[in-house]
Write a protein that binds this ligand. Structure first.
Ligand code: GLU
Length: 390
């Protein structure tokens, strides 16, 4: 037996990656398969951003960069967080990372000692528990309830705190439920942090620009009373259709940023300079981002209305992100069996709810997918559900 690290050896594969790979394989065999598995925008990265990358590479800007991010990108992020999110982070507290996922790992790893506990809210994006485990920590899920519309309460948070709790991870707009954070919940989180002065909050806001009409984004970093303990994570993958570029960032205090930078220096050195230059341009792509958001909103309306029109299918209207969190009334089937059935009978690939925790009632479909594919998925799901009744 090879002497692998126990934590790494014990990790489960990422269910997002597994389903995305499976869907690609199925589509290669059968073009009728509709892939609604991965959270991957189908839009091209805006032209301005790609042009900037070509320009930088052509000019030979292809060497190491020093520091936790290019000064102009860090300054631009500071401005964005101030103007759009009401957060007051200094440039020395910005750490530019290769993707949001590594940003989360860096934040968790910086705080967690072996055996420390990290709370997170379930249903949860698939990688939180694994990142906590890979950091030597113990994942502590706080199970929010479907019947209570996944509302956060102070009482529930309190039930999960111990003297080993180091951090709470939140993610709004939420993957997979589509819920936005309400003011009442944000106030409860503030109270929770005030009651536990040793606890950090990691706020994953990667879907923050994808919010639908009538909903507002609340960044916990804008609460002055707790801001120094809120690490805000964001990235470019979802909001600007830059999944393959792998660029994200953390915003925190200079003191925390400096400790993160120790690990950063020894692991990634820097994010490619030409990508950072292009990311700086991405923060000015307001119109392009808004155009994509509008398209997602139209798709959401069409897809969710179509799902709810099918007998035995229920979906609450997502407030943000681009996922439909769908309950199927098929007697005797949990989410994995439902997914298998929908794949076999409707040729639509979704991700079973159990991938996001213990809530086995729903299936997640991404609607960051072309309108005609969503329409085809609806027709095929309707036909499959009609066959269930017989
Ligand atoms: N975040 C995306 C999802 O939930 C895909 C990327 C990933 O999870 O690694 O589908």
């Amino acid at each position: 037996m090879l002497g692998f690290n126990r934590e790494i050896l014990g990790l489960q594969p990422s269910r997002s990656m597994t389903f995305m790979a499976k869907a690609k394989q199925l589509r290669a065999q059968d073009p009728e398969v509709v892939d609604l598995s991965g959270g991957e925008p189908d839009f091209d990265t805006p032209q301005k951003i790609r042009d900037e990358l070509y320009r930088q590479v052509a000019a030979g800007y292809t060497h190491y960069t020093v520091g936790a991010g290019l000064p102009e990108l860090r300054e631009r992020i500071v401005k964005k967080l101030k103007e759009e999110n009401g957060c007051d982070y200094p440039a020395e507290g910005i750490v530019v990372t290769p993707g949001g996922k590594f940003a989360i790992y860096l934040a968790v790893r910086t705080f967690v000692d072996a055996g420390d506990e990290v709370m997170y809210l379930e249903p949860a994006w698939v990688s939180y528990p694994s990142i906590i485990e890979a950091s030597g920590g113990r994942p502590v899920p706080v199970r929010l309830s479907h019947s209570d519309n996944y509302r956060i309460t102070l009482e529930q948070l309190e039930q999960h705190v111990t003297d080993r709790t180091k951090m709470l991870i939140i993610n709004y707009p939420n993957n997979p439920t589509g819920r936005a954070l309400s003011r009442v919940e944000a106030d409860a989180l503030e109270q929770f942090l005030l009651r536990h002065p040793g606890l950090m909050l990691l706020s994953d806001e990667v879907y923050e620009r994808i919010l639908y009409t009538g909903n507002e984004n609340i960044s916990m970093g804008s609460y002055a009373s707790v801001a120094s303990r809120v690490i805000t994570m964001n990235g470019f993958s979802k909001s600007v259709a830059m999944t393959g570029w792998r660029v994200g960032y953390l915003a925190t205090t200079p003191e925390i940023g400096a400790v993160m930078y120790k690990l950063f220096q020894h692991t990634i050195t820097c994010v490619s300079g030409f990508i950072q230059k292009a990311a700086t341009v991405a923060l000015d792509c307001t119109e392009e981002i808004e155009e994509m958001r509008r398209r997602y909103e139209r798709r959401r309306d069409m897809f969710v209305e179509g799902l709810n029109a099918i007998d035995g299918v229920h979906c609450a209207l997502p407030q943000g992100a681009f996922y439909a969190w769908v309950r199927f009334d098929i007697p005797g089937m949990g989410s994995e069996a439902v997914c298998d059935y929908i794949l076999k009978e409707a040729k639509v690939v979704g991700v079973p709810g159990v991938a996001y925790g213990t809530d086995d009632s729903c299936v997640r479909f991404s609607f960051a997918t072309a309108e005609e594919d969503l329409e085809r998925a609806l027709i095929q799901i309707r036909a499959a559900m009609e066959r269930v009744k017989k």
